[in-house]
Design a binder for this molecule. Structure first.
Ligand SMILES: Nc1ncnc2c1ncn2[C@@H]1O[C@H](COP(=O)(O)OP(=O)(O)OP(=O)(O)O)[C@@H](O)[C@H]1O
Ligand SMILES: Cc1ncc(COP(=O)(O)O)c(N)n1
Length: 274
């Protein structure tokens, strides 16, 4: 039997389908990894913002994980919205047992500006979960929270990536440039080398779920055995096409388009123009 790559997401639900668990599973499916999910919180949200949140009791989060771990292979997994310290403690305990590449999207605030995790959880994430991550994928505000310094330039982004690996113990850090002017440039530091992934900035308000989608794509590729560099490069192409063809749905920041990368699967990153 052919190897079946299995990817798991541990994250919150976005019923409007643009971010969280729903974005992750769509991405796993498109990239041909078998998708599984542990839901940490149910949000009531749409393209305009977050209207409500219900946190799943921690024993149920643990039970979901146990059901998967007792029966299914996990070749790579990611975390997204983990709202509080009790949930983080469950994940911290289980990460070594899962024993697969761990992609951490340190989700803190939604695109709409609504906070998704508590302030204590931000601290716990930095001190306890970051050292377990194979790769962490902060946007600029998240990287600023982690290192406690402002990030204004590409040099600051590179310095943040180095600090996160050297100080906090993540194996690699990908700092995403969606929240800074100019081209959409991301920097990956793997403890030895700094890699740059650059795409032309696409003018659109529809960027709901871009971070979730990028980290899910990296998870899907790592589950298939890709190298770090290849996983990030292919994921950057995937997200760039998904943003370029993003969907004008809802009254706020619409979702990315997961069919677009399939249609354009031979496209090179440098060729994508807005
Ligand atoms: N307008 C854009 N044009 C092209 N690429 C973009 C654009 N905005 C973001 N990206 C890319 O999308 C990916 C996600 O980056 P971003 O910094 O937006 O993450 P994020 O803030 O975590 O996303 P989210 O909107 O889910 O919170 C990165 O590769 C980034 O460079
Ligand atoms: C459940 C959940 N997880 C993550 C995000 C972040 O995504 P975005 O920053 O695009 O709103 C979100 N809005 N909801």
């Amino acid at each position: 039997m052919k190897h079946i790559p299995c990817a798991l997401t541990i994250a919150g639900s976005d019923p409007s389908g643009g971010a969280g668990i729903q974005a992750d599973l769509k991405t796993f499916q498109e990239l041909q990894s078998y998708g599984m999910s542990v839901i940490t919180s149910l949000t009531a949200q749409n393209t305009t913002g977050v209207q409500g949140v219900y946190h799943i009791p921690t024993d149920m989060i643990e039970q979901q994980l146990t059901s998967i771990m007792n029966d299914m292979p996990i070749h790579a997994f990611k975390t997204g919205m983990i709202a509080n310290v009790d949930m983080m403690k469950v994940i911290e305990k289980r990460v070594p047992e899962i024993n697969a590449p761990y992609i951490m999207d340190p989700v803190m605030v939604a695109t709409s500006g609504d906070p998704l995790i508590s302030t204590q959880a931000q601290q716990y994430l930095c001190n306890h979960l970051l050292p377990l991550a194979t790769v962490v994928t902060p946007n600029i505000p998240e990287a600023e929270t982690i290192i406690g310094e402002k990030i204004n330039t590409e040099d600051d982004m590179k310095e943040a990536a180095i600090q996160i690996v050297k100080h906090y113990g993540a194996q690699a850090a990908l700092i995403k440039g969606g929240h800074i002017k100019g081209d959409a440039v991301d920097f990956l530091y793997d403890g030895n080398n700094m890699f740059t992934f650059s795409a032309q900035r696409i003018e659109t308000k529809n960027s709901h779920g871009t971070g979730c989608t990028l980290s899910a794509a990296i998870t899907a590729f790592l589950a298939q055995g890709a190298s770090f560099y290849d996983a990030v490069k292919r994921s950057k192409t995937y997200i760039t096409l998904a943003i370029k063809h993003s969907l004008p749905l809802g009254n706020g920041s619409g979702p990315t388009n997961h069919w677009a990368p399939r249609i354009n699967e031979t496209t090179k990153l440098e060729e994508i123009k807005s």
